[in-house]
Design a protein around this ligand. Structure first.
Ligand SMILES: Nc1ncnc2c1ncn2[C@@H]1O[C@H](COP(=O)(O)OP(=O)(O)OP(=O)(O)O)[C@@H](O)[C@H]1O
Ligand SMILES: [Mg+2]
Length: 264
């Protein structure tokens, strides 16, 4: 049976989408079957993998979530051995739809994504869900659907401060709707070892979470290559396979796979 992971942090621009795209591609290189779900109306994951979100109007995660069609109707078989469910701006209408009595199938608002993706545990080793920078209804849906969470944390002080709030939200979701939710780990991103600030934030984070929450050994360093890859619609492992950043995401894939072997 596969694993469902949400990549989340309400802080914007910390590397959530990059992590879903690059970890997804890296897991596929390890021979894993992978489904990526873009659950952010910005459609950044869709862009990152080389697809224009607007081309998928009427065929995105939005139509699946409101029950207009089935999930496979909106799946793209990408060139990178991962399947992708795209998103676009239409997804932002979901909030209104949830508030209206538009949906009459009895599935509660917070469980709609879970209801869509849960069965795919049978067909994929990994289902990775990208979330947007908020704790709104979309992110809550992703956290109810997920069994595990990866938290990208950019190595700066403000990000570190936001971690406590995020933990609080995760606890609430777990208590109310999803008892099986666990934190797979915190992933340090945008690390710049030349600055004292980056080094201190990483050190402090490891110290504060020691014995409680895993901080992955893999650290994603800062590089402009991570900005270039989405421009050509490629995961970093395809854009430049020999680059240290590609190796980092492949190492992260191994760490994520090994978590399962440890029988968590
Ligand atoms: N390790 C890195 N080094 C430098 N730039 C990076 C790195 N990882 C991602 N980026 C770039 O930083 C920006 C934000 O990354 P990304 O879109 O992955 O963050 P996000 O958390 O998904 O953002 P949002 O909250 O808007 O969804 C992008 O331009 C991305 O290409
Ligand atoms: Mg994003």
């Amino acid at each position: 049976m596969g694993r469902i992971l949400a990549v989340t942090n309400a802080k914007g621009g910390v590397g959530k989408t990059s992590t879903v795209a690059n970890l997804g591609a890296a897991l596929a290189l390890e021979g894993k079957s992978v489904l990526l779900v873009d659950f952010d109306s910005q459609g950044s994951l869709t862009w990152h993998l080389g697809y224009d979100p607007d081309d998928y109007r009427g065929l995105s995660i939005y139509e699946a979530i409101i029950g207009k069609h089935q999930l496979p109707d909106s799946m793209i078989e990408t060139k990178y051995a991962v399947h992708l469910v795209p998103a676009n701006l239409d997804l932002s209408a979901v909030e209104l739809d949830f508030l209206s009595d538009f949906m009459t199938d009895g599935v509660p608002w917070q469980s709609r994504l879970r209801q869509l993706v849960y069965d795919y545990k049978e067909y994929y080793d990994f289902v990775l869900i990208d979330t947007g920078p908020s704790f709104g209804v979309l992110t809550i849906n992703a956290l109810v659907a997920a069994e595990e969470v990866i938290i990208p944390l950019s190595c700066d002080y403000l990000s570190m401060r936001g971690l406590g709030q995020l933990m609080g939200v995760l606890r609430k979701v777990k208590d109310r709707w999803n008892q099986e939710l666990t934190i797979a780990g915190v992933l340090a991103t945008m690390y710049d070892g030349r600055t004292k600030h980056s080094r201190e934030v990483l050190q402090e984070t490891r110290k504060a979470l020691a014995g409680k929450i895993l901080v992955f050994d893999t650290v994603i360093r800062k590089s402009v290559k991570f900005q270039e890859a989405p421009l050509v619609g490629e995961p970093i492992t395809v854009y430049d396979p020999g680059f240290w950043g590609s190796k980092s995401y492949r190492k992260l894939a191994q760490e994520v796979i090994d978590l399962d072997k440890k029988g968590r």
